[in-house]
Design a protein around this ligand. Structure first.
Ligand SMILES: *Cc1c(COP(=O)(O)O)cnc(C)c1O
Length: 415
């Protein structure tokens, strides 16, 4: 402080000397654990990368990964696939969604979710987002009669009251497919995220909770759904090599009528995922430590609303959201620009044009046009930042100080 005053003086504006900048990268993940690198090398050395390429007596890395993922989530059946989006489309096919069928889904989610619905020729029907950034359960109750399936996206890790959601869906006869891309390792009221609905899908893409570049999982307790998903994924007739699959008798009922739409996981990616699954609980704790630092640093900032989390929600703080509720577009833009100038990359879900991973439901124009004014209001003030584990808790404290400063500066001039 004294130094800043002394060196500032007439030559430089005082603020320029005292202004903190963040120098980290919002897209840099941690290196893979040593155990994953060793496992990958072993696969590369024997060369059997295809999941069904095994020597007698060998269990493939992919089959073992599925067995371990089923154990981790408590599901009866698990299938590893090529991407999270592929898992979502496969789930829709496996529960019997046909071209032209309406499918309910979140208005606030990533493009791969409505995209998976469109990929099977079905029609996304959007359900609004609440101020808690979860699905609007009143809107869901109002629309529940319009479809047979809900694809529920736990977008950015915000988990709604799952007990109430399941009551609404059970009463309306809605089959629930959960998109757990941001809730792997999370839960609701002691139940793992993904264990409420009929099927759940996960992504193992680089920006999610475990990193295989690309990849995904599908879990279910329903034997026929699992058998169909396995056939769909491109198992040819080798389904008996799966370790988290239903009895061969179940496949007899589906194998002639289920098309092969290849999207398998391979042994190289499975090998690097297995050690990461073992580390997941420790990683979740590290994410949440960082999340709490951001939350503490931002709570009480005038004009800024922290999204309060329910005590029943066991979330994974791999990203952070806050609201500038009621702010003008110009003022929100200014906050984004000013934070960016100090090294803090905020994504704005209210922007009219899709940018990077943020897009609004009205830019998915392959879906029928729908109007959700309450969701528009929430999204207009919604800002988002990634929290990669390469950030230290001190980094997160600095990021919070920068956001607090810049939100404060714009707010003082009228929001
Ligand atoms: C990443 C993501 C997906 C899809 O995962 P991919 O592996 O990229 O296909 C689905 N839903 C949400 C909310 C996601 O963030």
């Amino acid at each position: 402080m004294v130094r800043a005053l002394l060196t500032g003086g007439a030559l430089a504006p005082k603020t320029a000397v005292m202004t903190e900048r963040f120098k980290g990268s919002f897209t840099q993940q941690e290196p893979l654990p040593e155990a994953a690198i060793e496992a990958a090398l072993a696969v590369l050395k024997h060369g059997r990368l295809h999941r069904y390429n095994t020597v007698p007596g060998e269990l493939s890395e992919t089959a073992l990964l599925e067995q371990e993922f089923a154990a981790l989530t408590g599901a009866k059946y698990a299938l590893a696939v090529a991407s999270g989006g592929y898992a979502l489309a496969t789930a829709l096919r496996a529960v019997g969604v046909r071209p032209g069928d309406p499918v309910l889904t979140n208005a606030f989610t990533l493009a791969s979710v409505p995209g998976s619905i469109a990929s099977v020729g079905a029609v996304p029907v959007f359900v609004g987002v609440s101020d808690a950034l979860t699905i609007d359960l009143d809107d869901l109750a109002a629309k529940a009669g319009q479809a047979r399936v809900l694809m529920l996206s736990h977008m950015r890790g915000h988990i709604c009251d799952m007990d109430r959601l399941m009551r609404i869906c059970d009463d309306a006869g809605l089959t629930v497919i959960e998109d757990c891309a941001h809730t792997m390792g999370g839960g609701w009221n002691g139940v793992a995220s993904g264990r409420h609905g009929a099927v759940a899908c996960y992504s193992t893409q680089t920006y999610k909770h475990v990193n295989s570049g690309e990849g995904g999982f599908l879990i279910t307790d329903d034997a026929e759904t699992a058998a169909r998903a396995i056939m769909l994924s491109g198992s040819y007739m080798l389904y008996e090599r799966h370790l988290a699959a239903p009895d061969p008798a179940v496949f007899e009922r589906v194998k002639y009528v289920t098309p092969n739409i290849s999207g398998r996981m391979d042994n190289l990616r499975a090998a690097i995922l297995r050690p990461q699954l073992r580390d997941l609980p420790a990683q979740v704790a590290r994410w949440n430590e960082r999340y709490r630092v951001l939350e503490d640093g931002l709570r009480g900032t005038p004009g800024l609303t922290v999204v309060e989390r329910s005590g029943a929600e066991e979330f994974v703080g791999s990203s952070f959201q806050f609201l500038l509720a009621g702010w003008s577009e110009a003022a929100v833009r200014e906050v984004v620009t000013r934070c960016d100038a100090r090294g803090v990359e905020l994504k704005w879900f209210g922007t009219p044009e899709p940018h990077g991973f943020t897009s609004r439901y009205d830019s998915w124009r392959y879906a029928p046009e729908q109007s959700l004014p309450e969701s528009d209001r929430v999204l207009r003030g919604l800002l988002d930042l990634r929290v990669p584990l390469t950030f230290s808790p001190e980094d997160c404290a600095l990021i919070a100080r920068i956001i607090r400063d810049e939100v404060g500066a714009v707010w003082q001039r009228g929001g």
